[in-house]
Structures are given as C-alpha cells and as structure tokens.
Design a protein around this ligand. Structure first.
Ligand SMILES: [Zn+2]
Ligand SMILES: [Zn+2]
Length: 147
C-alpha cells in the first residue's frame, strides 16, 4: 500500500465514521517500532507503522480509527488523550482499537542471489531448507540487527 492509498483510506474512514473530513496528511513511517500509529499535535499529520500491513486489514483500520479519534477531538477542542472520557467514548462508538497488537520487528535480513528480492525475518532461516519465494533462487544472509 502506498502513502497515497493510505491517505485515501484515512479520508474515507473519516467521512464514514466521524462524519468529518480528514484534511491533513497520513504517511507510513518505518521509524515507528512497536507503535501502530501516531497523531502529531503540531501539524496534525498521522503516521502509521508499515508493519501493520503484515497483519489483517481490520487491524490497520482499527488503528486508523484510533488516530482519527485523537485528531478530531483535538481539532474540535475536546479531551483527546487516552484517559479522557470523550476519547474512550468516541473510540468505542467508531469501533477503533484500544491497543496495537504486537508488531514484530524483523531482525534477520536475507537476499535472493538471483533476483535480489529481500526477506526480513524475526527468526533465523535455515538456508538449506528455504529458497526464494519468487524465483526459487538461493538466499544469502545479509544482515543481523541483533546486538
Ligand atoms: Zn492513542
Ligand atoms: Zn529470487
């Protein structure tokens, strides 16, 4: 999913569930580690974790609704923090997610020697058993993020 497709999805959910337009920008931000999304108070843009795309789409939608609760409550001058009653009520009303499910961060990186496809995994892969899912080429270990 591109940033543009994400933007359209956020705009659609905003109109459908909040009856208000989303007039700022939404982006995928790979620097978010375990957080699903973030609302920026200063310029009102939303960031979403690209790893949400590895999960069921209902999770992404639930997180978008969560961030839009912060967004619309803040912009209309209402309590927009997690502890606020207005936030809790609106979140339930639109069916947003309270928490982000665990987002796994890939630690091991592999690349196909033939087609160059990259693979990111939470666990070490047995290279004698696995080959490239695209071209059946040999995989090569490229990086380990573990310190
Ligand atoms: Zn939140
Ligand atoms: Zn390949």
């Amino acid at each position: 999913m591109t940033n543009e497709a994400l933007q359209q999805l956020v705009e659609k959910i905003s109109l459908e569930f909040f009856k208000r337009p989303f007039v700022h920008r939404a982006y995928f931000n790979a620097r978010l580690k375990t957080t699903g999304g973030r609302y920026h108070l200063k310029d009102h843009h939303l960031d979403f974790n690209p790893r949400l795309l590895n999960l069921d789409e209902t999770v992404l939608i639930g997180i978008i609704k969560h961030e839009l609760c912060h967004y619309h409550l803040h912009l209309t001058g209402q309590g927009f923090e997690h502890k606020d009653e207005t936030f809790k009520k609106l979140l339930v009303q639109v069916g947003g997610l309270r928490y982000t499910p665990r987002l796994e961060v890939a630690k091991y990186h592999y690349q196909c020697q033939d087609c160059g496809q990259l693979y990111h995994r939470q666990r070490k892969m047995n290279l004698r058993r696995y080959c490239c899912g695209k071209c059946k080429g040999r995989l090569q270990f490229v990086q380990n993020d573990e310190k």
